[in-house]
Design a protein around this ligand. Structure first.
Ligand SMILES: *Cc1c(COP(=O)(O)O)cnc(C)c1O
Length: 358
């Protein structure tokens, strides 16, 4: 059966398995080894592992490209940024994942790159910043303001100027957005979040386009992974693949819950502004009050987990500005809600009661 003709909901289940042979195991192997008997395709486990290959087959197919699994989302971010030549300029949203922004600021201070911050929703301003740039870094929706970029228009404009386009697709996942089909060169994931989905591991991945240029980028990232040792643990990778099997049903429920909560939060006396892009399972709210008020809400929830991170089956809440390095354009009272798969009425009662403390 041609996997490309299968729906993504089927592919998350059926890909990355061993060949069907009588007596063969049903799932991918968890291969724990540092080395291999000589004269095979891979010598040493920093270069390859069958568990990685299984996860990469599944994620690559979902994104429509070639995947590489890495130690964490930040390892994937660093691998993608390694494609910028020394002194090259990176155009990046002024509010994006703070690990990405802090990395770029550090590297700019060390004289390794130049950085231009843009409002990623202002397509004209982003395009104007592209001339002479080496890389356009897109997040859409962004973390944590949930701004949505015109990915296809931006990618076309960047490609026309020879600017590499990277899309951090952590928030949307390949089930809601396929950046390579929209013209991106590299997709970056924190598989820690939705792809694995159970808040029990850290993992990252890149996916590159299936053309010649993409294969060149794939090879550079693969070398980076091997030589920097940015390698994924086989156990984490195996768990992530197990989590990926339910991505479609988890996301379906979480997105439906998020839509209900976003509409109820509109007009809530404790909420000044709801940020919800109309898809996905992330909702951010500006609490009607100051940072302390927002902290009280986060601390008052009983069901919502007060913790950083997102994309797990359990709903999570965090005031983002408590994190050092979070950009100042993020309001002090902003709570980021990662909506999980619990019963939506239970989630609402808990959140509504906590907002009552404002
Ligand atoms: C969490 C996150 C990262 C970093 O991933 P880790 O797995 O924590 O290293 C990168 N980008 C986005 C959008 C994230 O949410």
């Amino acid at each position: 059966m041609d996997h490309d003709e299968l729906s993504p909901a089927t592919r998350v289940v059926s890909l990355g398995r061993v060949p069907r042979e009588p007596g063969a195991q049903v799932g991918a192997p968890l291969t724990l080894t540092s080395t291999y008997h000589a004269d095979g395709p891979v010598n040493y486990a920093r270069a390859g592992n069958p568990t990685w290959a299984a996860f990469e087959e599944a994620l690559g197919s979902l994104e429509g490209g070639e995947a590489l699994v890495l130690a964490s989302g930040m390892a994937a971010v660093a691998a993608a940024l390694s494609l910028v030549p020394h002194g090259g300029r990176v155009v990046v949203p002024s509010a994006a994942y703070n690990g990405t922004l802090v990395t770029l600021t550090d590297r700019a201070e060390a004289g390794e790159v130049e950085v231009t911050h843009v409002d990623i929703t202002d397509t004209g301003a982003v395009v104007a910043a592209l001339d002479g740039a080496a890389m356009l870094w897109i997040e859409s929706p962004t973390n944590p303001l949930l701004d949505v970029a015109e990915v296809e228009t931006l990618a076309q404009a960047a490609r026309a100027r020879g600017v590499l386009v990277v899309v951090d697709n952590t928030f949307a996942t390949p089930l809601l957005q396929k950046p390579l089909a929209l013209g991106a060169d590299v997709v970056v994931h924190s598989a820690t979040k939705y792809l694995s989905g159970h808040s029990d591991l850290l993992l990252g991945a890149t996916v590159t386009s299936p053309d010649d240029a993409g294969r060149g980028l794939h090879e550079r990232i693969r070398r980076h992974r091997q030589l920097h040792g940015a390698i994924a643990g086989p156990m984490e990778t195996w768990l992530a693949l197990r989590g990926l099997r339910t991505l479609s049903v988890r996301l379906e429920r979480a997105c439906a819950n998020a839509a209900v909560l976003a509409s109820r939060l509109e007009g809530h006396a404790g909420v000044e502004r709801v940020r919800y892009p109309g898809f996905g399972a992330m909702v951010s709210i500006d609490v009607a009050g100051d940072a302390d008020a927002a902290e009280r809400v986060a601390a008052a929830t009983l069901l919502w987990v007060h913790s950083t991170s997102l994309g797990g089956v359990e709903s999570q809440v965090e005031r983002r500005r408590r994190q050092p390095g979070e950009p100042e354009v993020v309001p002090e009272s902003l709570l980021r809600l990662s909506v999980g798969i619990e019963d939506v009425e239970d989630l609402w009662r808990d959140l509504d009661a906590a907002l009552g403390t404002v």
